[in-house]
Design a protein around this ligand. Structure first.
Ligand SMILES: Cc1cc2nc3c(=O)[nH]c(=O)nc-3n(C[C@H](O)[C@H](O)[C@H](O)COP(=O)(O)OP(=O)(O)OC[C@H]3O[C@@H](n4cnc5c(N)ncnc54)[C@H](O)[C@@H]3O)c2cc1C
Length: 373
C-alpha cells in the first residue's frame, strides 16, 4: 500500500510517522509555505481550562493532550528526543477571584473524564509568582499540573525524521491532485506524477487551493497570528508554567531563557505576512499588563503564522466525497499543536483502512466542502 501525504505541518508529519511505523509506503510532499502555522505556533497544550461549550472540539483536544506522553515515548524509542515537549503545569490567572472559582468548577467537572490533567488548586498571586516570577502578584491563579508546552518546529521535524528513518520519502514542492472518476490517482509535483492508493491532504490554510481543481470549495480561512519571542538573559525559564490569562494573550517559556507571548487572532487577514505595529503593540501591551517584569526581556524574534480555520472549532477529518481514497485532515485552528499529533494518528488509521476507536462523524469534512458552481 502506498500513501501520499500533502503537507508536512504537525498533522501531516504525524500521519506520516504513524504510517511509516507500520511499514506502509509513505511519500510526504511539502511546499513549506512561508507562514505555515506549525512554524509559528506557540505550543500550549492545556485544553481543560477552555471555557468553550464545543464538545466535539474538546473531546479531540482532550485526546490530543492525553496522547502526548505516549507519542513522546514512541519517538524516544525511535531515537528522537528533541521535541521541546515538557509538562511544566499551567497557571490560569485573573484579577477577579470569581473567575478562578469558575475555573475550579470547570476543572472539577472535567476531571473524571480527563484525570491526565493532574492536580489542580487555587493559588494566591504571590504563590503563583514563585512559579512564574514575572507575574503581577495582584492576579489570582489556578494551577493545573498536567499543562504542557511543545516546540512545534522541533516536534514536527522529529516526526518527519522518524518517519524518514522508517522509509518515508520527503519531496519538496507543491502537489496538485490528479483525479480519475471517483478516485484520486495520485499527485503531480515538480513535473513528476506519483501514484498512490490513498492521499491524505493536510495543507493547512493553503488547502482550499488544493481542492479547487477538483471542483470543490473548502471553507478553510487563514487567520493571522503575530507572536513575540522574548529573551531573558541568565534566567532559567525551563520549568516556568504556561500562563493562561482569562482575558488576553497567553505566555509560555522554553529551556533557552525564552518566553513566548501572543498571539494576535486576525481574521480576514488573507496571506498578509507583514508584522504590524498594531499587532506587536497588542501582544506586548497585554503581556506586560499581566507580567510586568517581562519588560526587561529583549525582543528576539517576531513570527507570523496562518492558522487554518474551518467553519467551526472542531477539526476536519475524514473522506472527501466522492473520492473514497482522499482524506482531509485540516481545520486545526488555534489548537493544532494540541490536536495535530493525535489527529494525524487517526488520519493514518483511516488511510490504512484500520479501525478508529472514536466516533469521527462530528469531524466529517463534508460540512466544510461544497461543489463549485
Ligand atoms: C501564532 C500561532 C500560535 C499558535 N499557538 C498554538 C498553541 O499554543 N497551541 C496549539 O495547540 N496550537 C497553536 N497554534 C495552532 C497550530 O500551530 C496550528 O493549528 C497547526 O500548526 C496547524 O498545522 P497544519 O499541519 O494543519 O498546518 P501547517 O503547519 O500550516 O502546515 C501545512 C503545510 O502544508 C503545506 N502545503 C499546503 N499546500 C500544499 C501543496 N499543495 N503541496 C505541498 N505542500 C502544501 C504547507 O507548505 C505547510 O508546510 C498556533 C498557531 C499560530 C499561527
Amino acid at each position: 500500500m502506498k500513501v501520499i501525504i500533502i503537507g508536512s505541518g504537525v498533522i501531516g508529519a504525524s500521519a506520516a510517522y504513524h504510517l511509516a511505523r507500520q511499514n506502509i509506503d509513505v511519500v510526504m510532499v511539502d511546499k513549506h509555505h512561508k507562514g505555515n502555522a506549525t512554524d509559528a505556533g506557540a505550543g500550549i497544550v492545556c485544553p481543560w481550562m477552555s471555557k468553550t461549550n464545543n464538545q466535539d472540539w474538546y473531546q479531540m483536544a482532550r485526546m490530543g493532550a492525553k496522547y502526548y506522553p505516549e507519542l513522546i515515548a514512541q519517538l524516544k524509542e525511535d531515537g528522537e528526543t528533541n521535541t521541546g515537549y515538557k509538562q511544566v503545569g499551567a497557571l490560569g490567572v485573573s484579577l477577579h477571584p470569581e473567575e478562578m472559582d469558575k475555573m475550579m468548577q470547570n476543572l472539577e467537572s472535567k476531571y473524571e473524564d480527563a484525570p491526565e490533567m493532574g492536580t489542580f488548586k487555587r493559588l494566591s498571586g504571590w504563590e503563583a509568582k514563585e512559579l512564574y516570577p514575572p507575574l503581577n502578584a495582584d492576579f489570582e491563579a489556578v494551577h493545573v499540573s498536567g499543562g504542557a508546552r511543545v516546540d512545534g518546529r522541533l516536534l514536527r521535524d522529529a516526526l518527519k525524521r522518524a518517519a524518514q528513518k522508517k522509509g518515508a520519502a520527503l519531496i519538496h514542492g507543491e502537489a496538485v491532485l490528479i483525479s480519475g472518476g471517483e478516485r484520486i490517482k495520485g499527485v503531480k509535483v515538480n513535473g513528476e506524477t506519483i501514484f498512490a492508493d490513498t492521499v491524505i491532504a493536510t495543507g493547512g490554510a493553503w488547502a482550499p487551493a488544493l481542492m479547487n481543481p477538483l471542483g470543490l470549495s473548502l471553507k478553510v480561512m487563514p487567520q493571522r497570528g503575530q507572536i513575540v519571542h522574548l529573551r531573558l538573559p541568565e534566567t532559567d525559564t525551563s520549568d516556568w508554567p504556561l500562563l493562561v490569562p482569562q482575558k488576553g494573550h497567553y505566555m509560555l517559556a522554553f529551556d533557552d531563557s525564552r518566553v513566548v507571548v501572543g498571539a494576535t487572532r486576525e481574521n480576514k487577514s488573507g496571506f498578509d505576512y507583514r508584522i504590524t505595529a498594531g499587532g506587536v503593540a497588542e501582544v506586548l501591551d497585554e503581556a506586560l499588563s499581566v507580567s510586568p517584569d517581562l519588560k526587561y526581556g529583549t525582543v528576539e524574534e517576531i513570527r507570523v503564522g496562518f492558522r487554518p480555520m474551518g467553519p467551526d472549532m472542531a477539526p476536519l477529518l475524514g473522506t472527501v466525497q466522492p473520492y473514497n481514497n482522499l482524506i482531509l485532515a485540516n481545520g486545526l485552528g488555534a489548537s493544532g499543536l494540541t490536536v495535530g499529533p493525535y489527529a494525524g494518528s487517526l488520519a493514518a488509521l483511516l488511510a490504512a483502512g484500520q479501525e478508529v476507536n472514536m466516533d469521527l462523524s462530528p469531524y466529517d469534512p463534508m460540512r466544510a466542502i461544497k461543489q463549485m458552481q
